[in-house]
Design a protein around this ligand. Structure first.
Ligand SMILES: Nc1ncnc2c1ncn2[C@@H]1O[C@H](COP(=O)(O)OP(=O)(O)OP(=O)(O)O)[C@@H](O)[C@H]1O
Length: 258
């Protein structure tokens, strides 16, 4: 089992309950898209899998391990097997692209190697290959603040491809990309996960991309699992209900991006 949530609820420090009674699990090699309105809990869910957040209630198992019942050293090792593509890549602006990609393995390397990689690129071919897959190899030595939003997002994706985690998570990984690059990037992430039997979970606002590429779709609504279905069973009526606002105002027919 790649991950399992048992009766998990999560509240932010201000008391806002972002997730309620979540019971989901995924096997190695599975690819899942999380969809739902803004504020439905997608980022909170991914951050719980990434161990950036701890459940308020319930339990989580990641790669067969309870992350909150192990030592700090064991948690560090577990985290090195979990890769998260953030909504906005947390990359220092003056950093070179190659250094930003190398950072994917910081958690797997000894301290001396990690520190050295921040000063001197200790591997060039590895990051170059990851960037090549995303059509960005020509920017290897550029500074990150010279890149467009979509290019920077691809650096974040290249970093996780370089990391090769068993749990590959992505929070809106293609939100700043054009349709062609969005498809290419999602395809690359899926190929990478499948080739290593890793579990891939991505949150997406673009429902058409979710349905086109992912075999399993989880719809979150107001912090709860509204549906958890094969993509072939997700229809327009379910999507209308998923995205209906609390005041009952439905998006017009066909306005959901399928
Ligand atoms: N740091 C925080 N402190 C307090 N409340 C938060 C915090 N982060 C998120 N929330 C709240 O938790 C709920 C879930 O937020 P979350 O970011 O998980 O949603 P989301 O589905 O990822 O949204 P989006 O699609 O807009 O990124 C929302 O009501 C949000 O306002």
């Amino acid at each position: 089992m790649a991950f399992a949530f048992k009766q998990v609820s999560f509240s932010h420090s201000n008391g806002k309950e972002a997730l309620k009674n979540i019971n989901i699990s995924a096997s190695a090699g599975e690819s899942i898209a999380i969809i739902g309105s803004s504020g439905s809990g997608k980022t909170s869910l991914l951050n719980l899998i990434a161990t950036s957040l701890r459940p308020s209630i319930g339990s989580i198992s990641l790669l067969g391990i309870d992350p909150w019942a192990i030592s700090k050293g064991q948690l560090r090792r577990l985290r090195s097997q979990i890769g998260l593509v953030h909504q906005a890549a947390p990359i220092p602006p003056r950093q070179r692209v190659i250094t930003a990609v190398l950072a994917g393995r910081l958690g797997q390397w000894p301290l001396w190697k990690s520190l050295l990689s921040l000063i001197y690129p200790i591997d060039i071919a590895g990051p170059q290959l990851c960037l090549q897959k995303l059509d960005l190899a020509d920017r290897l030595f550029d500074r990150c603040d010279r890149l467009s939003g979509g290019q920077l997002q691809r650096v974040g994706v290249a970093r996780v491809l370089y990391q090769k985690p068993y749990l590959l998570l992505a929070d809106e990984p293609v939100s700043a990309m054009d349709p062609v690059l969005s498809d290419l990037t999602i395809q690359r992430l899926l190929e990478d996960a499948r080739s290593r039997d890793a579990c891939f979970v991505a949150s997406l606002h673009a429902v058409d991309i979710a349905l086109r590429w992912f075999p399993r779709i989880i719809g979150l609504k107001d912090g709860e699992v509204f549906f958890d279905l094969p993509a072939s069973e997700v229809n327009e009526s379910l999507l209308q209900q998923l995205y209906a606002s609390e005041r009952g105002v439905l998006p017009k027919q066909g306005s959901v991006n399928t």
